[in-house]
Design a binder for this molecule. Structure first.
Ligand code: AMP
Ligand code: MN
Ligand code: MN
Ligand code: MN
Length: 272
């Protein structure tokens, strides 16, 4: 089993990185990447003491923009000390702090005072994101649950959805490849694009030097995997897989994806 898309408490996951990798090893995952949003702090805290039977590779899920659309690109197997990657993460760090201030401002206009302090307290030093605002909104009694927070305030097109600050897709892919890693287009079906737009995105990703498409993210619906397989193979891109695990939920994916039925020569793991 492989898992090349997971989150720890260094971003918006529930488990500390050390607990996450211990659990992955215990559940039989052999190759693993921690891909926190725009930070490698979780990876840095564990990579020197990872379990012997777990092959831990460097990872990150980078926020970027393609036109006006927010896109996630997973970077795998890059040099953790690469100056370009470090500089890019500094930019993203600042962008997230700036965005958090703007989100808070919007939420305050909606009558929720103290949003920035609240979300920062929830994040407790983690890379700040909308899920931290959602959790604060629940604890402050503004919404009943995190789903409602996204549906009413944080999700696409809502007041707290501010997505104009990320670096471009092309630059993001280039940073990963120049840092010695492989860029993976994450969860292509989450962007709610038409098939034509999605093909254009895959073309742009390919042109920028992208290496693989994530064909399994969490629990795919019937047919999705096949659709993404075609998107990858038509461009000679490899495929990647991951649970996108954040925390235990009743219907969420557990850690690890079996790759026994993926033909040889297609998996991005064969190149890492
Ligand atoms: P951000 O990285 O700050 O843009 O926040 C995006 C993250 O929020 C995603 O990685 C998910 O973990 C989470 N998320 C996105 N949509 C929802 C939703 N509708 N309900 C709960 N969590 C969500
Ligand atoms: Mn997330
Ligand atoms: Mn994502
Ligand atoms: Mn993710």
């Amino acid at each position: 089993m492989i898992d090349f898309h997971t989150h720890s408490a260094a971003s918006d996951g529930a488990l500390p990185a050390s607990d996450l990798i211990a659990r992955a090893a215990a559940e039989g995952v052999s190759r693993f990447a921690l891909t926190d949003h725009d930070t490698v702090h979780g990876y840095l805290s564990v990579y020197q003491e990872s379990p012997p039977d777990l092959d831990l590779i460097s990872g990150v899920e980078l926020s970027c923009q393609w036109g006006r659309v927010g896109i996630h690109v997973v970077g795998l197997g890059f040099r953790i000390e690469a100056a370009e990657m470090k500089a890019h993460l500094v930019i993203l760090d600042a962008a997230r702090k700036d965005r958090a201030e703007r989100i808070a401002h919007r939420l305050e206009r909606e009558g929720m005072q103290g949003a920035l302090e609240g979300a920062l307290a929830v994040a407790a030093g983690a890379q700040i994101g909308r899920p931290h605002f959602a959790r604060w909104m629940v604890s402050a009694g503004h919404v009943a649950n995190e789903q409602e927070a996204f549906k009413r305030f944080l999700g696409s097109g809502k007041p707290g959805d501010i997505s104009i600050l990320w670096p471009a897709l092309q630059e993001t892919v280039e940073v990963i490849t120049r840092s010695g890693g492989v860029a993976v287009l994450a969860h292509p079906l989450h962007y709610r694009m038409t098939a034509t737009r999605l093909r254009a995105l895959a073309d742009a990703f390919c042109e920028a030097g992208g290496g693989a498409i994530e064909i399994i993210n969490g629990r795919p619906k019937p047919g999705e995997r096949e659709q993404l397989w075609r998107l990858a193979s038509a461009r000679n891109l490899r495929v990647s897989v991951g649970s996108d695990f954040h925390r235990d939920t009743p219907y969420g994916a557990s850690l690890g994806v079996s790759v026994t039925d993926i033909p040889e020569g297609m998996g991005v793991w064969e190149t890492l």
